[in-house]
Design a binder for this molecule. Structure first.
Ligand SMILES: NC(=O)C1=CN([C@@H]2O[C@H](COP(=O)(O)OP(=O)(O)OC[C@H]3O[C@@H](n4cnc5c(N)ncnc54)[C@H](O)[C@@H]3O)[C@@H](O)[C@H]2O)C=CC1
Ligand SMILES: CC(C)CC(=O)C(=O)O
Ligand SMILES: [Mg+2]
Length: 355
């Protein structure tokens, strides 16, 4: 099996280094690891945030472990050369339309949440975010208007795009609490009207799943008021991006949440996928040993589960993370003092103790 590791910018290399140590500690037979450049670092070295050789490496791999991209020094570059195009390009080129972002509290660590412990205790949800469409990939541009320069981004979803992500979400809900909340803005947006009608039409294929619908503004409010009401959420690219960052603060920190990005074949059979923390390159803390590597390590656990079929090892990594958090090993994002590498050390030690 070939795993491509793309550390990227800012804290990306710091957190992926810890995930790699965990992978090394597992000592799995038959694994080959490759590293590739993405983001600002790739732009500086190769003149493009997603060089052709990196994309080829991803295509040849069984799974990609991604760090993060983004660097404020690139803010003035044309959009197609900005570091963020690396992750957008990988998602679209590899057809990774289904982004799974689980958000569950760590038992006994409710006090780490931004919510009251009693409310935080109930969080156990999965955001299924569409990843290949919406305003991120729609036509966009700048034009002159009577009010000066005007920027525009087209939002759209067709029925086929809604169906394929909704199938993933209905199936995910079947494997969880059998409740699915579709989040949209159907009271205002035509995109959402088609989204909602399509999801309703599909519900008849999943009679065991209890489906409901929520406008995104209410969903944002309900997520902090009573997150326990959610089991599986399905939503578009933009709303899913925002709600999952919010869900991370409900759990405790954005440094805790992992994600898997899967495509048509992959969502069905569980092979190729791209795995990354939900956070970005965090330039405000980069290079200071302050990054929480847990999201990257849990992304590795998702890779082991979904792409390598290594459920036992995935559970082992998740147990090790739960163990070190229960031991009180955490960094500044959770009110502790452990550095990125100390957290990595503790996870590796715990993994070797429990396995
Ligand atoms: N998938 C990706 O590569 C993503 C890239 N970005 C890019 O990252 C750059 C920074 O974006 P922001 O909006 O600031 O989002 P961000 O997620 O990088 O950071 C938001 C806040 O959370 C903190 N934070 C993030 N990850 C952390 C971790 N592991 N441990 C402790 N604290 C952590 C940061 O210090 C910051 O205060 C931008 O260039 C943005 O475009 C943003 C999101 C996703
Ligand atoms: C940087 C982006 C392209 C998207 C993002 O924030 C995310 O996928 O979480
Ligand atoms: Mg985001």
């Amino acid at each position: 099996m070939k795993i491509a590791i793309f550390p990227g910018d800012g804290i990306g290399p710091e957190v992926t280094a810890q995930a790699r140590r965990v992978l090394d500690a597992l000592d799995l037979p038959g694994l080959t690891l490759f590293e590739g450049d993405v983001g600002a670092v790739a732009y500086r070295r190769h003149g493009h945030p997603l060089p052709a050789e990196t994309l080829e490496m991803a295509r040849a791999a069984d799974a990609v472990l991604f760090g993060a991209v983004g660097d404020f020094s690139c803010d003035d570059l044309p959009r197609e050369l900005r570091p963020e195009q690396a992750i957008l390009g990988l998602r679209s080129e590899l057809g990774l339309f289904a982004n799974l972002r689980p958000a569950a509290g760590f038992p006994g660590l409710e006090h780490l949440s931004s919510l009251k412990p009693d409310i935080a205790r109930s969080i156990d949800l999965l955001v299924v975010r569409e990843l290949n469409g919406d305003v991120y990939f729609g036509d966009k541009g700048e034009r002159d208007s009577t009010g000066g320069r005007e920027g525009w981004d087209a939002m759209s979803y067709n029925e086929a795009e809604v169906r394929r992500i909704a199938h993933v979400a209905f199936r995910a809900a079947m494997g969880r609490g059998k409740r699915l909340t579709s989040v949209d803005k159907a009271n205002v947006l035509e995109t959402s009207r088609i989204w909602r009608e399509t999801v309703i039409e599909m519900a008849k294929d999943y009679p065991e799943v209890e489906l409901d619908h929520m406008y995104v503004d209410n969903a944002a409010m309900q997520l902090v008021k009573s997150p326990g009401q959610f089991d599986t959420i399905v939503t578009g690219n933009l709303f899913g991006d925002i709600l999952s960052d919010q869900a991370s603060a409900c759990v405790g920190s954005i440094g805790l949440l992992a994600s898997a990005s899967l495509g048509e074949r992959q969502a069905e059979y569980g092979t190729f996928g791209l795995y990354e923390p939900i956070h970005g390159s965090a330039p405000d803390i980069a290079g200071q040993g302050k990054a929480n590597p847990v999201a990257a390590v849990l992304s590795l656990a998702m890779l082991l589960r979904h792409s390598l079929g290594r459920e036992e090892e995935a559970v082992g990594v998740e147990r090790a993370v739960e163990g070190i958090l229960a031991d009180g090993v955490f960094g500044g994002d959770l009110g502790g003092s452990a550095s990125t590498s100390e957290i990595g050390d503790a996870i590796v030690r715990k993994l070797l103790t429990i396995s």
